[in-house]
Write a protein that binds this ligand. Sequence first.
Ligand SMILES: Nc1ncnc2c1ncn2[C@@H]1O[C@H](COP(=O)(O)OP(=O)(O)O)[C@@H](O)[C@H]1O
Ligand code: SF4
Ligand SMILES: [Mg+2]
Length: 344
Amino acid sequence: MIGSRRAAADGARPDGVANAPLLRVTDLRLEVPGATGPVAAVDGVSLEIAAGRVLALVGESGSGKSLTALAIARLLPDGVVRRSGQLWFEGVGALERLPERAMRAVRGAEIGFVFQEPMSALNPVMRVGEQVREAIEAHRGRPRGRAARQRAIELLAQVGIPEPELRYRAYPHELSGGMKQRVCIAIALAAGPRLLLADEPTTALDVTVQAQVLELLAALRRRSSLAMLLITHDLGVVAELADGVAVMYAGRVVEQAPVEVLFRAPLHPYTVGLFRSLPRLDGPRGRLVPIPGSVPPPGERPAGCPFRNRCAAAVARCAEQEPRLESVAQRHAVACWRPGAVTP
Ligand SMILES: Nc1ncnc2c1ncn2[C@@H]1O[C@H](COP(=O)(O)OP(=O)(O)O)[C@@H](O)[C@H]1O
Ligand code: SF4
Ligand SMILES: [Mg+2]
């Protein structure tokens, strides 16, 4: 099943956007409780992902990446509110207007979710194969009973679990971290979703296992038209998997481009800072230079450009007026008054 759908996506644009996107997020604003009232944690985020394409969402911790993904799946934690924004999904329509019952059907059947910590997504007292089978049976029109069990075993094999018939009967604690994450990926794929939201799917794993899980995601990406929103802080992962990249800072998208453009010519001083501060698998291994300071929490973001307190290129205008995300070339947008002022 995974092998058949890729071809349709090959005409799509390389930045993860086709004429008719699979998912379009428009002007998303999410609020969290602040000292004197709600404050924006995600502010005016717009994204598009085409069928079969991978959009990477990168940025330091606290940038709003996870909340953005949770908002798409309508799984926001208590206290976090979607103040505005549209979530349009091809063939379904406006996700934000769906009744919860209909949204439950979309989760799984259209949108799968893989989290950073596999144990939090698994039921510790249920055999892993049964959990995959349950995810298959949860949706109308899917196989049931023995057929679902057989399909679960096939899925376990597909995500690279050796001796899947045997492992079907294992409990989560009997599997390694990498194997658990593979089970989570199998559950996410059980109902054949068109979009996978993967939030730091390899961060909790050790380095060799990270590489194996990445290889699995890369294989899924090559062999099917499964689209992904891939949240990661690892630019090596981005280089390997993504078509397009959106860089988030303090709740906003500050730069967006096809992956090869962003790696060749990043324009936002923050993006350049990320390249300097994070290890790259594909580039020279020079000294890593951390970006001074940290992401301001919601409610404490400075007026003007939210990055200005940490930016080597800041000028007076940066304190007065917030730069909007604007196209600087075809498919390359940046929110900065001085794009390119800091060079890699
Ligand atoms: N449940 C919550 N309640 C209040 N604030 C939250 C909650 N979840 C996240 N936040 C705040 O929203 C901001 C963005 O969080 P998050 O989306 O998790 O960032 P990222 O995934 O980029 O690290 C952070 O400053 C965080 O403190
Ligand atoms: S707008 Fe100014 S402060 Fe913000 S990133 Fe650009 S140069 Fe730096
Ligand atoms: Mg996160």
